[in-house]
Ligand binder design. Structure first.
Ligand SMILES: [Zn+2]
Length: 130
């Protein structure tokens, strides 16, 4: 059984990054899931610390099932970006452009096949005219 104090390594000397046992992590740190619950995301920051704990559910051969959770700094976290109106409009415009035939200028209502580079009607037109 791993002693609880073995999991306490705030200086990261044993594990390389600051390590705390379950429930003893300092304030200001949160797991990815906890950040998400506050409407935050890690935002590209490094993992600040890790939580280690022995799980009774994961005990191969009756040994301590060591579990890990990574912690991020809440003050460096960024808000989860919602889909803004401008972003939505830009996407709609891009999609409309992909549906609009450069030859006849009509919105075909579907994404034009890149193999044709025009709507199916225009692609078929020369064959009909011939
Ligand atoms: Zn067309």
């Amino acid at each position: 059984m791993t002693a609880r104090r073995d999991l306490y390594d705030p200086g990261g000397e044993r594990y390389g990054i600051p390590t705390y046992p379950f429930r003893l992590a300092p304030d200001g740190l949160a797991t990815r899931r906890q950040l998400r619950a506050r409407g935050l995301r890690p935002g590209g920051q490094e993992i600040a610390a890790q939580l280690l704990w022995c799980s009774r559910r994961y005990q191969p051969k009756r040994r301590c099932g060591l579990r890990v959770a990574y912690l991020y700094r809440i003050d460096l976290a960024k808000p989860v970006r919602p889909m803004t109106q401008a972003k939505r409009a830009a996407l709609a415009k891009a999609n409309a452009a992909r549906r609009t035939c450069p030859k006849c200028g009509h919105d075909g209502g579907y994404t034009l096949p890149t193999s044709l580079g025009m709507c199916v009607a225009c692609a078929d037109a020369p064959a009909l005219a011939a």
